[in-house]
Design a protein. Structure first.
Length: 333
């Protein structure tokens, strides 16, 4: 599974690097002015999230090097084997399992995993943490993070993103930008919340069976899709997966998905937004959709294309196409 990170997303990474340099210079200047009185107090905030945020792998590696970003892997069980998202190469195993009907399950990370992540941040010298996680309506991950937060000495603000995928990831990116500017934990959290409020998730799946098995939709809705060959367009609303529209065929559903996204973007100031396209097992379809969105949303940077994280693909199934529409304000100069 390949992923494409266009120039707009690379720019965000480069901006964070510039902000880090500027913050370091400000700290050094403040310390110099403090003189005999000692160094000025500077709150250093790190961000922790989970692998459902679907952040680009190279992006995570570059920011994790100094401890400012930690991603806790979410476990996926394929048959009898348990894999950790980001720790194991599970995409191919998961695709085979989904195609052949092998049982697939997911779970939340343990409180101990979060405790370890928080202590690692503390050891690196950070003074506070903003921990941003997959919707509590879909996973108990945020609850595990809250349990861990009570076990460590460093202040931790746990934020339920009420969403998934790069919608959650965009909130993480906004938090990282605020932290790189030297802001305190409450402001870092506020930046993330503002971005999350602007972000929407729309998606199409060829079959509702995996969502039914995982308890993400009801049996009645699944049977409707199976018996009547309905291809619903779904959304994440209030932290839950909800049906948005019912379409009679896959191609029509994808075309309608594009229309919904374009309408959403067009309703925003200046017709500007950040776009991401997720897929699993259907990269070509994702690239075609992204190309059409680039034409229908000319005010937006080219969409990022990435495979859906295994913990989400396990529920969405093969052939999923998801589009995330995020606010552009948090990424501006």
């Amino acid at each position: 599974m390949t992923e494409r990170v266009p120039a707009g997303w690379v720019w965000v990474k480069e901006k964070l690097a510039r902000l880090r340099q500027q913050t370091t210079l400000r700290q050094q200047t403040a310390q110099g002015r403090a003189g005999a009185a000692g160094p000025a107090a500077v709150v250093r905030v790190a961000v922790v999230t989970d692998s459902a945020a679907a952040l680009p792998v190279d992006w995570v590696k570059s920011l994790a090097a100094d401890g400012r970003l930690s991603v806790v892997p979410m476990p996926v069980m394929v048959g009898e084997e348990i894999y950790g998202e980001g720790e194991d190469d599970i995409a191919e195993r998961l695709a085979i399992a989904l195609a052949s009907g092998i049982p697939v399950k997911t779970s939340r990370p343990s409180p101990g995993q979060f405790e370890q992540a928080y202590l690692g941040v503390q050891e690196r010298g950070f003074e506070a943490i903003v921990s941003i996680h997959i919707s509590g309506e879909l996973s108990g991950t945020a609850d595990a993070a809250r349990l861990a937060a009570g076990r460590v000495g460093i202040p931790v603000e746990v934020l339920d993103s009420r969403t998934v995928g790069m919608a959650q990831g965009m909130g993480v990116q906004s938090a990282l930008t605020a932290a790189a500017e030297g802001r305190g934990a409450s402001e870092v959290r506020s930046f993330a919340e503002d971005q999350l409020k602007q972000t929407r998730v729309y998606f199409y799946v060829p079959s509702l069976e995996q969502l039914r098995r995982g308890g993400r939709i009801g049996t009645a809705a699944s049977l409707l899709g199976t018996v009547l060959a309905i291809k619903p367009i779904l959304a994440v609303d209030g932290g839950r997966i909800v049906p948005l529209e019912k379409v009679r065929s896959g191609p029509r559903a994808i075309a309608r998905l594009e229309e919904i996204v374009a309408a959403d973007v067009g309703s925003r100031t200046g017709g500007q937004a950040r776009l991401a396209v997720h897929h699993f097992g259907n990269l070509a379809a994702a690239e075609e959709l992204a190309a059409r969105l680039a034409e229908s949303c000319p005010g937006c940077p080219a969409p990022q294309i990435s495979a859906l994280p295994a913990v989400l693909a396990a529920h969405a199934g093969l052939g999923v196409l998801a589009v995330i529409v995020g606010g552009s304000s948090a990424f501006g100069d």
